[in-house]
Write a protein that binds this ligand. Structure first.
Ligand SMILES: [Zn+2]
Ligand SMILES: [Zn+2]
Length: 277
């Protein structure tokens, strides 16, 4: 049984529609695939319909943008009730923060004397709903303000600089209990990946286990073999589930092909048994 528990569709920043993603998962020889779009459950219905059609098990989930000690931590939430009010409320705030961020960045840059419009940014985003800082950077390059994306981030778009605007994200410690109360199973995505840094020590993970954390994603392309082994040992110590996944984004991310990492069937069974649905 081949199980991939972390993928993205066009409901967030993947390039495949939910239905196309599910069909590709089937074609890639997977038996189980989880759809885990960023802060969104809007792809679930279409994905479920396609899964029923082609005969593959779909695990509805999402990847929630949270914060721990000012660092971004991604929290995977499997099988939560998508109508649970506190969950709906947090997701609404996250999405609202994302869509109001780009106009706020443009306004901040204009106040700094840089001639840039929201249209410039949307042109770079090519109509994607997820217009964000990389697209602002591209617009600045096209305007000749900076030479490339790197310079845009180094001089204008990072914390402490004129074009930086903070974005709402719930605290990880507040989000885990909400996922549990929604009947879902919380698993930290790529805990030692490029974004996570070193905030997620064994001690911190033990504390999070105490408030309901169920598992950690160990087998992920961001983790080289030695980190996977250390994380596996920590999971064994703390009795946390171990998952493995592709974090597939379609054409949006290279080296993340469907099924490139998979989850052990026993771990998957444990995960499903923890969900209350
Ligand atoms: Zn992530
Ligand atoms: Zn992801």
């Amino acid at each position: 049984m081949r199980i991939d528990l972390h993928t993205h569709s066009s409901a967030s920043d993947g390039t495949d529609t939910p239905a196309a993603l599910v069909r590709e998962a089937k074609a890639a020889g997977l038996d189980v695939v989880a759809l885990t779009d960023h802060d969104a459950t809007s792809g679930w219905a279409e994905a479920q319909e396609a899964a029923d059609e082609v005969g593959i098990t779909l695990v509805p989930g999402l990847e929630i943008s949270t914060k721990l000690h000012h660092r971004g931590v991604h929290l995977l939430a499997y099988l939560p009730d998508p109508t649970y009010a506190p969950l709906v409320e947090v997701l609404g705030r996250i999405l609202e923060g994302r869509s109001s961020r780009t106009p706020a960045i443009v306004a901040a840059l204009r106040a700094h004397g840089i001639d840039l419009t929201e249209n410039d940014v949307h042109r770079e985003a090519g109509g994607s709903v997820a217009a964000g800082r990389p697209h602002v950077a591209d617009a600045l390059v096209r305007r000749g303000v900076v030479a490339d994306r790197t310079e845009a981030f180094a001089t204008l778009l990072s914390p402490g600089q004129p074009g930086y605007v903070n974005r709402y994200a719930p605290q990880l410690e507040e989000m885990i209990p909400i996922v549990v109360a929604a009947g879902g199973v919380p698993v930290i995505a790529h805990p030692w990946g490029r974004r996570g840094g070193t905030v997620l020590t064994e001690e911190v993970l033990a504390g999070l286990r105490g408030i309901g954390l169920a598992g950690i994603e160990v087998d992920h392309q961001d983790h080289p073999p030695e980190l996977r082994e250390r994380l596996r040992a920590i999971a064994a110590d703390l009795d946390l589930l171990v998952t493995g996944s592709s974090d597939h984004h379609g054409l949006g991310k290279v080296d993340h092909d469907l099924g490139v990492n998979t989850t052990d069937p026993e771990e998957y069974e444990r995960l499903v048994s923890l969900a209350r649905r």
